[in-house]
Design a protein around this ligand. Structure first.
Ligand code: GDP
Ligand code: ZN
Length: 320
């Protein structure tokens, strides 16, 4: 056996596994098993092989001598993805762009006050999650500044639809343990308008993490508009939180107007029994979705969100 390999270069490269945290000017920041974060470059064969492009969240195999401590790491393969958050490039035929992969859930954060919650905007975030077949949960923060019963009352409809609700405060600590429990070991996209307390919540749950959710992506984003990808932050007790700047822009991710109704889970029961198979649920007769609105099974506000988003999606569709 030894003889067969005589004369060959000994194989010193070690194989690692890692998770891609962000792109870094032609290279990638990768968290290697063991926890170190290192820069890695993409090997040509993977780079150009097939149509699979590397994305933040990807689990990869790497090789490198002496790496990650000091050596150079090369990404040699991408492991199968469990999910992906992708958006369609509105400006042309370049197809979809993968923003992040292997997400387990989308956590949408709003505040009860300062700033006032906006249900229409919340619905957009939820639609984006649904369109990517990702579970979503809703956090209503700053509950110390409001009456919790009023808050629960206001968002009860979302709980009924099936979205898990968290009422939290970084000041009193309310709801933080339950939120921490559902982040542990999972990969979560953290989204919501700025100022609602996303960074504060993360720092309260993970002291020392010093996460500035908005600030980080804003600085990366400077002058590059929507083209910048997601940033993934490892959590101290397993799991990741992903900052996805694109989610906050609330673009509708190349959703088709005909698929939008599927992104409202409480519509699904009524879909399919409308008189017209291609019913838009806007003005057609015999629309069981609109009947459900009248009957109270679908909330008026959610239906209005649907109608508004549908118009918007139809507008963007014309651009493609
Ligand atoms: P982000 O933009 O979503 O990351 O929001 P920040 O974490 O930067 O918080 C915005 C402001 O809200 C800061 O002044 C925080 O101190 C404040 N804040 C965050 N969470 C709470 C909370 O639960 N209660 C109160 N009263 N203020 C909060
Ligand atoms: Zn209909």
């Amino acid at each position: 056996m030894v003889g067969r390999h005589a004369g060959r270069r000994p194989v010193t490269a070690t194989v690692h596994q890692g998770v891609v945290l962000s792109s870094a000017g032609g290279q990638w920041r990768v968290r290697v098993e063991g926890g170190e974060v290192a820069l890695a470059s993409l090997r040509g064969r993977v780079k150009h092989g097939g149509d699979l492009k590397l994305a933040v969240g990807d689990r990869v195999t790497l090789s490198g001598d002496g790496a990650p401590a000091g050596g150079t790491l090369t990404i040699t393969g991408i492991l199968p993805r469990t999910s992906q958050l992708s958006r369609r490039n509105p400006s042309g035929a370049r197809g979809e762009r993968i923003v992040a992969t292997n997400l387990d859930q989308v956590v949408v954060v709003f505040a009860m006050v300062r700033p006032e919650p906006n249900e229409a905007m919340l619905d957009r975030f939820l639609v984006i999650a649904e369109a990517n077949e990702l579970a979503a949960r809703i956090v209503i923060n700053k509950i110390d500044l409001a009456d919790e019963a009023t808050a629960r009352d206001r968002f009860d409809g979302y709980a009924t639809i099936g979205y898990p609700m968290h009422y939290t405060s970084k000041v009193t600590g309310a709801g933080l343990e339950a939120l921490h429990d559902v982040l542990r070991g999972r990969t979560s996209a953290l989204s919501g308008p700025s100022g609602v307390g996303k960074s504060s919540l993360m720092n309260a749950m993970y002291p020392g993490l010093d996460l500035r959710v908005g600030a980080i992506s804003d600085s990366v984003n400077k002058g590059r508009h929507t083209t910048v990808g997601a940033l993934m932050h490892p959590l101290p007790d397993a799991g990741y939180v992903v900052d996805t700047p694109g989610l906050r822009e609330l673009g509708l991710w190349g959703l088709s107007s005909s698929a939008l109704d599927q992104c409202f889970p409480e519509f699904r029961e009524a879909l399919g029994s409308c008189r017209f198979a291609d019913c838009h649920h806007v003005s057609e007769p015999g629309c069981t979705v609109r009947e459900a609105v009248t009957g109270g099974g679908i909330l008026q506000a959610r239906y209005e969100s649907y109608v508004k988003l549908r118009e918007e999606v139809a507008e963007t569709e014309k651009l493609w």
